[in-house]
Design a protein around this ligand. Structure first.
Ligand code: AMP
Length: 216
């Protein structure tokens, strides 16, 4: 029997917005993902399964062909690279911005700017492009804490409403990139399973457009 076509989904906020979109495209998990500790789920579409991963692992699974397709934030693709992947569709969900942020009245004694982020590759490229010499500190959560505790002068983080920053006395400073979730496809799968994958891309594309029209 042929291996099921596997779609890697990003858990958390992106997953919540992904499931209704997949549903509109005719793919629904056979059991409630939120109520289960399983990681692999069969779906209503015969021969298609879902795997639930951390966003940073989705490009890796798809690049190596362990999953044929994936849904992942553009921030992850910018940070970890998109080699070996096609990116055929912007799903226009989980929209936010990648920005630098910090205190408006910051006055650091350090000779070089210190930047804390989960996105150190994106941050390094951003400051280098501006000609600013900056040292990077890799963090895994609660980036807003770093300037508050004087671990760093600025952070590079995801901003949606800006409320998290404001609640901690900071402000967004520079816009780096607009972020949304993208559909990615393994390059070899695109050749070997072209008919099924292009039909799914087409269905998702119709669902994304329909939503756009509804929003006006
Ligand atoms: P906000 O306070 O609305 O600016 O939201 C900021 C925080 O929410 C960030 O620190 C992120 O961790 C998280 N966040 C907001 N939007 C997204 C998104 N689309 N994807 C992942 N995390 C997000």
């Amino acid at each position: 029997m042929k291996r099921p076509l596997t779609i890697a989904l990003t858990k958390g906020r992106i997953l919540k917005e992904t499931l209704p979109l997949l549903n509109e495209a005719g793919i629904a998990p056979l059991e409630d993902i939120a109520a289960s500790r399983k990681l692999l789920f069969d779906t209503t579409l015969d021969g298609v399964q879902l795997v639930i991963l951390r966003g940073s692992d989705v490009p890796t699974y798809v690049r190596h062909g362990a999953a044929d397709m994936g849904i992942v934030g553009k921030d992850m693709l910018l940070e970890f690279g998109a080699e070996g992947l096609y990116e055929p569709l912007d799903l226009k969900i989980a929209q936010c911005k990648l920005m630098t942020a910090g205190f408006l009245d910051s006055h650091s004694d350090r000779p070089r700017l210190r930047v804390a982020s989960k996105f150190v590759n994106i941050a390094r490229r951003h400051y280098a492009a501006k000609g600013v010499q900056a040292d990077m500190i890799k963090l895994y959560g609660a980036m807003e804490l770093a300037p508050l505790m004087d671990l760093a002068d600025e952070i590079v983080d995801i901003v949606d409403t800006g409320n998290t920053l404001r609640a901690n006395g900071m402000a967004p400073l520079e816009h780096i990139a607009d972020i949304s979730s993208r559909l990615v496809v393994n390059k070899a799968s695109m050749r070997t399973r072209h008919d099924l994958i292009s039909a799914l891309v087409q269905k998702l594309s119709v669902a994304v457009d329909r939503r756009g029209e509804e929003r006006g």
